[in-house]
Design a protein around this ligand. Structure first.
Ligand SMILES: [Zn+2]
Length: 416
């Protein structure tokens, strides 16, 4: 544990020192580091044995399905997927945060759709994660007495409580809310990171007042952000974290910057101004994350005035399957992003929450809380779609169900 603490401290210092005077400096550093990663890839991972190049463009872009199909060839220990899945599911069932296989931690990916994945991390990778996170979440530096509480699902990518000048506490997302609240009251975090649905619930209940609040692991909608900020009395930042890596964090101006000091992030355009990130991790060694395409949709941003050379984005829109597919009045199919739907429905006075699910080519199932605002919400949605030149689909009414705060929360989704 002492070793782990030292490693966290070392990663913290390294991340703080790793400052780039300009974007050119950052890109030059990235390229040098990337060359090393690619030169080792062929030796380390059988999947890349035949690529043998230090030119990123010659590597295939892989997605989750491909990654899982070739799981054993893409991790350094050659661990088979099934063994890792079994271990991770057992850990989740037992609510443990410390399951390892051959010395590496095994975490289940919390994907909202598709096959369940699993991610492997070594102790030094977890220490780097924690140290880097601290360096980025505390731009003014570490103070004695910093206490970081992370509310995550067990079997997630990192575990182990770390005590010392900085205390880390990992709290189980699936714990009953009363228990979670009591644990947080006792721990009195100075930094609290939790999924937005949990922050939303805690904002009214928690007497402990963390100095910084971060939303993690799920899309933070503007209306939820507002409620959380009102409740805690501090701005809510965002940590863009996937099991695939720590991908971005809010700066002091409130904009999310991508962690290009940890990964090369290529853009796969999905619509004008929107892209899915293709990540190549510059530090992870247990598993190869080389040109791994996430299904997230990010909205490009304007340059941020905070001076960071890391690219900033406007927002994280959600997963690709949160994008609806409707038709223009001239018949052309077109993607419809969640913000249009969200803006229309939440713009109706009195609407607190909703879900919109496209389950057929010309059908959206809409649930609204409170129920008496359903008609107005449906009318507003149809109107917004028509104004955007779209053929409005049939809107079907279903009763609103209070969401499970531990579930991945998606207001807008497409099952068709
Ligand atoms: Zn900034």
């Amino acid at each position: 544990m002492l070793g782990f603490r030292l490693a966290v401290g070392a990663a913290y210092l390294q991340a703080r020192r790793r400052r780039f005077g300009s974007r050119d400096e950052l890109l030059a550093w990235q390229q040098a580091r990337l060359r090393g990663v690619l030169q080792r890839a062929g030796r380390r991972f059988p999947y890349y044995r035949t690529v043998g190049s230090d030119d990123l463009a010659s590597y295939p872009i892989i997605d989750k399905a491909e990654f899982l199909d070739h799981f054993a060839e893409l991790n350094q220990l050659g661990l088979p997927l099934q063994d890792c899945l079994d271990a991770a599911r057992k850990a989740e069932a037992e609510r443990r945060f410390d399951t390892t296989l051959q010395g590496v931690s095994v975490g289940l990916s919390s994907g909202t759709s598709g096959r369940q994945g699993v991610f492997l991390t070594s102790p030094s990778e977890r220490a780097r994660w924690a140290g880097t996170m601290l360096a980025k979440a505390l731009p003014d530096g570490l103070r004695r007495g910093t206490r970081v509480a992370l509310v995550l699902r067990a079997g997630g990518p990192l575990y182990a409580a770390v005590e010392g000048p900085v205390a880390f506490r990992f709290l189980d997302l699936y714990a009953p809310l009363d228990q979670l609240t009591a644990e947080l009251e006792a721990f009195r975090p100075t930094i609290l990171a939790a999924p937005p649905g949990v922050l939303d619930l805690l904002a009214d209940r928690l007497r402990a007042r963390p100095g910084s609040v971060y939303s993690i692991a799920d899309v933070l909608d503007p209306d939820v952000a507002q409620r959380v900020e009102r409740g805690f009395g501090v701005p809510v930042g965002q940590i863009y974290q996937a099991t695939e890596g720590f991908l971005g964090i809010t700066c002091r101006r409130g904009r999310v910057h991508l962690n290009e000091d940890l990964a090369v992030i290529e853009e796969d355009p999905v619509a004008p101004g929107r892209f899915s990130p293709i990540i190549t991790d510059l530090y992870r060694q247990t598993q190869a994350i080389i040109r791994y395409r996430l299904s997230d949709v990010l909205v490009e941003g304007v340059p941020c005035g905070c001076g960071s050379p890391l690219r900033s984005i406007e927002r994280i829109e959600g997963r690709a399957d949160d994008v609806l597919r409707l038709h223009r009045t001239d018949g052309t199919p077109t993607p419809v992003f969640a913000d249009l739907i969200r803006g229309a429905v939440l713009g109706v006075p009195g609407v607190r929450d909703f879900t919109a699910t496209q389950d057929a080519e010309d059908r959206i199932v809409l649930t609204v809380d409170p129920a008496e605002r359903w008609d107005a919400a449906a009318a507003a949605l149809v109107e917004a779609l028509r104004r955007s030149g779209l053929v409005a689909p049939t809107i079907v009414r279903e009763p609103y169900v209070t969401p499970d705060p531990t579930a991945k929360r998606r207001r807008v989704s497409r099952t068709w």
